[in-house]
Design a protein around this ligand. Structure first.
Ligand code: 5GP
Ligand code: ZN
Length: 112
């Protein structure tokens, strides 16, 4: 999608601190970290949110979770949270599917 921030980050048109990249997804550090470790994992194709996940793209989402597990192991994360906000009331501000990976501090539950 031409006017999407995360499509531009995935394409390298907007700089980011990339942690990982392959043909289906990329991971980069959040610009406003909410924990000592806070990176985002996104599909390279535009998917608006979990609302738009279906048979045509669920393989990419499964792949993203494999990447999250691999990166967490590589970074030595012993405990972490994976979050995807869906819709404005849940806190979504960028409407390209992304999974937050947060670690390195006590995380409250239930979330605020
Ligand atoms: P959401 O609020 O949609 O769940 O998450 C969007 C996340 O993207 C936020 O945590 C925000 O800090 C991050 N973000 C917004 N703009 C940029 C940017 O230009 N670069 C990076 N690396 N992160 C961004
Ligand atoms: Zn996009």
């Amino acid at each position: 999608m031409s006017d999407c921030l995360f499509c531009k980050i995935a394409a390298g048109e907007i700089p980011s601190s990339k942690v990982y990249e392959d043909e289906l997804c990329c991971a980069f550090y959040d610009i406003a970290p909410q924990a000592p470790t806070h990176f985002l994992v996104i599909p390279k194709v535009h998917i608006g949110s979990v609302f738009e996940v279906g048979p045509e793209n669920s393989g990419t989402v499964a792949h993203i979770f494999e990447v999250i597990a691999k990166l967490a192991k590589e970074q030595g994360l012993e405990s972490y949270r994976v979050v995807s906000n869906i819709g404005e009331q849940a806190g979504q501000s960028v409407f390209h599917l992304h999974f937050h990976v947060l670690s390195g501090r006590d995380l409250t539950w239930p979330p605020g």
